[in-house]
Design a protein around this ligand. Structure first.
Ligand SMILES: NC(=O)C1=CN([C@@H]2O[C@H](COP(=O)(O)OP(=O)(O)OC[C@H]3O[C@@H](n4cnc5c(N)ncnc54)[C@H](OP(=O)(O)O)[C@@H]3O)[C@@H](O)[C@H]2O)C=CC1
Ligand SMILES: O=CCS(=O)(=O)O
Length: 251
């Protein structure tokens, strides 16, 4: 059975993707910082498929490299890497944001994704045809909005990094896709607001956001396309989310 490695599997898209791949019999390497949630996933899925959990902070390049180096033989032949771990912080004007929040987003969404990709590239190239890297970008990487500041910029990095990877991976069979979701109801807003459950509930109320399972289905679809097809970018929004017009500062 093929193997998927999913970062940020303890919540949201990552956890839903773990369930989706498991339903199709894939073996799983699941990572995140919250060990108890990884254990719960292993309990839920371990009867059906082979599961390896790794408590890992993607920002720690050494720990990531070591974990990949020490993968047990049964988990070395990874077919699909889902670079999903990420977060937004500080939904307020740039001039009011703590610098530490910008650093956390860059360290996680950019440096963390690069750490995991760098460590996994040899494994994916060894797999060859049919292998894929699926990076979770965001609509925020393409469309500016107030309070998007560094978060959107990190997701623009994710998109361009993926395209550039594709150039260098030509001939290896390894595919690279940027899946760019719009508003989806996960723990994302709870994290972004540093635990403000009311703000999170308010954002998703009275409309129909994407659910984690919607994006998990897209991830699984991209991972299981015939070997000769590479979706470069897949932008997915709720039907009830669109763009705003330009705004103008007037006297
Ligand atoms: N929800 C949305 O509206 C959208 C989300 N996205 C992106 O989707 C991805 C998943 O987010 P989503 O599922 O919504 O949010 P959740 O907050 O529900 O899940 C985020 C996951 O990322 C993990 N994570 C965060 N920081 C780290 C870290 N330093 N090291 C390892 N794992 C980490 C968390 O695990 P743990 O805390 O256990 O480490 C968790 O499993 C993110 O990249 C996000 O930017 C993109 C577009 C829309
Ligand atoms: O990436 C998350 C979606 S949004 O909050 O930027 O619209």
């Amino acid at each position: 059975m093929p193997i998927a490695m999913i970062t940020g599997a303890t919540s949201g898209f990552g956890r839903a993707a773990a369930h989706r791949f498991a339903a199709a019999g894939w073996s799983l390497i699941l990572t995140g910082r919250r060990t108890e949630r990884l254990e719960a996933l292993e309990q839920a899925l371990g009867d059906k498929v082979r599961v390896l959990t790794l408590t890992l902070d993607v920002r720690d390049a050494e720990a990531v490299a070591r974990a990949v180096e020490e993968l047990p033989d049964a988990f070395r032949g990874v077919t699909c890497l889902v670079n999903n771990a990420g977060l937004a912080l500080a939904p307020k004007p740039a001039q009011e944001v703590d610098l530490a929040d910008w650093h956390t987003m860059i360290d996680t969404n950019v440096t963390g994704l690069v750490n995991v990709t760098h460590a996994m590239l040899p494994r994916l190239i060894a797999t060859g045809a049919g292998a894929s890297i699926i990076n979770i970008g965001s609509v925020a990487g393409s469309w500016p909005y107030p309070g998007g500041h560094v978060y959107g910029a990190t997701k623009a990095f994710v998109e361009q990094f993926g395209y550039n990877l594709r150039c260098d991976l030509k001939g290896t069979g390894v595919r690279v896709t940027d899946i760019a979701p719009g508003m989806a109801e996960t723990e994302f807003t709870l994290v972004r607001t540093k635990g403000d459950q009311a703000a999170s509930d308010a954002l998703y109320s009275g409309t129909t956001p994407l659910q984690a399972e919607d994006i998990a289905e897209q991830i699984f679809h991209v991972a299981t396309l015939p070997d000769h097809i590479n979706i470069n970018r897949l932008e997915v929004m709720p039907t009830r989310q669109t763009w705003s017009p330009f705004t103008i500062d007037r006297d």
